[in-house]
Each structure stands twice: as C-alpha cells, then as structure tokens.
Design a protein around this ligand. Sequence first.
Ligand SMILES: [Zn+2]
Length: 200
Amino acid sequence: MADEGYVKYSAEHREAPAVEAPHWAELNDARTKLHELGLVGVNSQGIGFGNVSVRVKGEEFLISGTATGAAPVLSLDEYCLVTSFNIGENSIVSCGPIRASAESMTHGAVYRAVPAANCVIHIHSRPIFDRMLRDRYPATPAEAEYGTPEIAEATGACAAAQEGGEGLIVLAGHDEGVIAFGASVGRTFALVEELYRVCP
Ligand SMILES: [Zn+2]
C-alpha cells in the first residue's frame, strides 16, 4: 500500500438518510446469498471483504458500505450512494448513512467503462481466484494493488474488453479478489454462482 507513487485514497462523504434505490432489495438479497456462500464476509483477522453495487443513474451507484462484511444480512442503512469519483486522483464523493470503501473506485471504473453494466459484485475466494488465474480469465496486472488507481483503471479496461456487457475479472494483484459485472443484479449473481459451482 505504501508503494512509491501510490495516490492515497480520499473520500468526501456527506451524512444523509438512506435512499432506497431501484433494485436495492434485489441487490441485498444477492448479497445475503453471497454471504451464505462465504464469498462476502470477514477473514480470520476480522477484516471484511467483498461488496456489491447497483447503478442508479449515469455513473452514480449504490454500494454496500465499508466494514459491513460481518453481518449476514444488511439493512438499507449499510449502503451508500457514490455520486462521483476520480480514478486518477483516487477520490470518491458519496452520501448516505455509511461511508464507501476504497474498493468503490473499482466498481465505478466498471460502470464508466461498460455503459450496459448495471451491477458489480466483488467477492473473495481462494479456490475461485486460483482457478481463474489458472484458466486465464481476464485479469488485472499482478502489480495493480488494492485501492490504487491502477487496479481501478485496469479493471475498467478489462471490463470494456469483454463482449455483451457482462463478465468476470480476476484481480491478480488483490489476493482472492474477483469482480463480476452484468446488465442486471440477477445476471451478475448468476455469473458468480456458476463460478462457485465449478470451484466451491
Ligand atoms: Zn477485495
């Protein structure tokens, strides 16, 4: 994280009541299932992993908030709205009852790169990660680390290179990290579920 040239993540957050965006309930149901599968949760050090988002309009998206991994089921108060982001400056503007994590930038990069994508799911899984690297799925460079503009830019480029407005990306420089995106919550969740079935 302290590499030379690393642009520190900065967030401008405004406390605001939760906004029930269209498809929020569907997104939250998918997130509950991902938690049951262990693809979103907390690691042995108590650090949360994985997050889900849905496009609201333009490049605005609703995303599960920072440090929410432990809870099996989230409420609307654990989501926030990212209203703008700047990948090069590694900065995010958000509002809601909870703050956005640094990984929100990667979600934003997908929405920017793929206009047809309306949902992004970020999971962590050792078997899925290893299998995707082995099977040469689209991957971000191993040098692109968590929370950097490089990983966001590379994820956007990887997403744009896939056909049909949906796909799967392995974040080679973010151990166990995988991104799925698609036109709808249902379709994006199905992509993750298919992966899970072949390497539980
Ligand atoms: Zn992650």
